[in-house]
Design a protein. Structure first.
Length: 111
């Protein structure tokens, strides 16, 4: 499974592949999804005021995803440990957990 990583353009490296089109403030497509970045293209985007790009990241296996989701659950449980008897806070916990797991799935989505 590929991951889409939103990175600061100054951290981009030649050889990385764009996962999304690069669009300027006027709505113009400066580079298309799938373009392999080079030092020259990175420099050009910086000159045009682009701060961040979305590139394809490393593949993550199912075990890594399960570990990430487990860590998310543990962190939320720790943060809400003092309010377990409060129904509103339990509801907030559940909403945050569902949202965070959805965000985690979207980050590892290969489409």
């Amino acid at each position: 499974m590929k991951t889409k990583n939103n990175i600061n353009l100054k951290q981009a490296q030649a050889g990385q592949i764009l996962a999304l089109d690069v669009i300027d403030l006027n709505g113009n497509c400066l580079m298309s999804e799938g373009v392999v970045l080079s030092d020259k293209t990175i420099s050009s985007l910086l000159q045009r005021g682009i701060d961040a790009v979305v590139v394809w990241g490393l593949q993550i296996n199912e075990n890594e995803i399960a570990l990430q989701q487990s860590a998310i659950k543990e962190r939320l449980a720790q943060r809400f440990r003092q309010v377990q008897n409060n129904p509103e806070m339990c509801q907030l916990h559940d909403i945050l957990l569902r949202w965070r797991l959805q965000v985690d799935e979207a980050e590892t989505d290969d489409s």
